[in-house]
Design a protein around this ligand. Structure first.
Ligand code: SAM
Length: 252
C-alpha cells in the first residue's frame, strides 16, 4: 500500500460526500435486479446504499485501504446488508470474478484513472467478459472543459474535526493537452490546535475523454449505446454539460 492510498482513504468520506449520483445508480441497478458489479467501489459510498436496497453487489477496488474503510463501515450495517456486498481487491484492467453480472458501473469519473487507450480498452473488455448478454454498463466521466482555469491552487475543503483538529484540502490541475492527461495535486493539511501542521501530498493522473471518443471506445469493445445524459438529472448531453453519463449494454 502506498502513502497515497493511505491518505486518500483516510480523508475520502470527508472530502467526497456527494449524494446526487446515488439515486441514479440505484434506479438502474434495481431495474435489473442484480447481481451488480461496481468497479472502483472505494469506501462503498454508492455500493452500501445499493446493498441496503436489497440488491446483491460486488465492489472491486485496487486500494486495500479504501476496501478496509468500506469493510469498517459495513460492520455498522445489519447482517443482511453485510451479506449482500462482496468486496474484492483487484484491478479494473484485469480481474477475474467467477460470476456473471446483469449490470456493471464505474462511478465518479474513476474510469479516467486509466491513463492510456490500452488500459481503457482492457477495462471495458474485462467488464464485458463479466456481463451477461445484454448486461448494462454505466460510466460517468466529466465533460472536458479546456477553458477552465488551470494550474491554480484552490482551497476546496475545510472541515473541523471532532478532536479539534482542522482538515484543509487544496488542489490544482495541470493538463497536458497533447497527451490528453491531467496531473492533479491534492495537498491535505491537518492543522492541530497548537498550530502545527501535518501535510500530505497526493498526485494523481487521469486521461480525459471526449463524448464521441467515449462512444467509439464503448462500441469497439463490444457495447451498444442506449442513453447519454449530461448529468444525473437525466438532462440530454450538450457540449456545456458538466458530465457524460453513458448507459450502454453488452452486444450479443
Ligand atoms: C474517485 S474514487 C471513487 C470511489 C467510489 N466509486 C465513489 O464513487 O465514491 C476512485 C477509486 O478508484 C480506485 N481505483 C483506481 N484505479 C483502479 C484500478 N485500476 N482498479 C480498481 N480500482 C481502482 C481507487 O482506489 C479509488 O477507490
Amino acid at each position: 500500500m502506498t502513502d497515497r492510498d493511505e491518505i486518500e482513504a483516510s480523508f475520502y468520506d470527508q472530502v467526497y460526500d456527494r449524494q446526487d449520483d446515488v439515486p441514479f445508480y440505484l434506479e438502474y441497478c434495481s431495474k435489473t435486479g442484480g447481481p451488480i458489479l461496481e468497479c472502483c467501489s472505494g469506501t462503498g459510498r454508492i455500493a452500501i446504499p445499493i446493498a441496503r436496497a436489497g440488491l446483491d453487489i460486488t465492489g472491486l477496488d485496487l486500494n486495500e485501504k479504501m476496501l478496509r474503510v468500506c469493510r469498517s463501515k459495513l460492520l455498522k450495517e445489519n447482517q443482511s446488508v453485510r451479506k449482500r456486498l462482496h468486496l474484492v481487491k483487484g484491478d479494473m484492467r484485469n480481474f477475474s470474478i467467477d460470476k456473471k453480472f446483469k449490470i456493471a458501473f464505474i462511478a465518479f469519473a474513476s474510469f479516467l484513472q486509466n491513463t492510456s487507450i490500452e488500459d481503457e480498452e482492457s477495462t471495458l473488455r474485462c467488464i464485458a467478459n463479466h456481463l451477461e448478454d445484454n448486461g448494462l454498463l454505466i460510466l460517468d466521466i466529466f465533460n472536458p472543459d479546456l477553458s477552465r482555469p488551470q494550474h491554480l491552487l484552490r482551497l476546496d475543503h475545510v472541515h473541523e474535526l471532532k478532536n479539534r483538529n482542522t482538515f484543509l484540502r487544496f488542489s490544482s490541475d495541470s493538463p497536458n493537452i497533447e497527451k490528453q492527461l491531467i496531473d492533479s495535486t491534492a495537498i491535505y493539511d491537518l492543522v492541530r490546535p497548537n498550530g502545527s501542521i501535518k501535510r500530505s501530498i497526493v498526485r494523481i493522473q487521469r486521461r480525459y475523454i471526449f463524448h464521441d471518443e467515449l462512444l467509439k471506445l464503448l462500441e469497439r469493445t463490444g457495447f451498444q449505446i442506449d442513453e447519454v445524459f449530461g448529468s444525473f438529472r437525466k438532462e440530454k448531453f450538450t457540449e456545456k454539460s458538466p458530465g457524460i453519463v453513458c448507459v450502454s449494454h453488452k452486444r450479443k
